[in-house]
Design a protein. Structure first.
Length: 63
């Protein structure tokens, strides 16, 4: 059964708006469960290195 939260999370993940972790949280599922749902719907799962690189950048300082 699809929930609106899962569908929304998968759409936002597929568009690159959310990371896998963020999408899983939004859907109320574990990352593993989300990956399974993404595979079932033919959505390509991005490599973890790409997601990690985007989330570990050092923020700019204002001082």
């Amino acid at each position: 059964m699809h929930t609106h939260a899962l569908t929304t999370a998968m759409t936002l993940y597929q568009s690159g708006t959310l990371t896998l972790s963020q999408a899983a949280t939004r859907a109320g599922r574990s990352e593993e469960a989300l990956v399974s749902a993404l595979h079932q719907h033919g959505v390509e799962v991005r490599e973890q290195e790409e997601v990690t690189a985007a989330t570990t950048e050092t923020p700019a300082r204002a001082d």
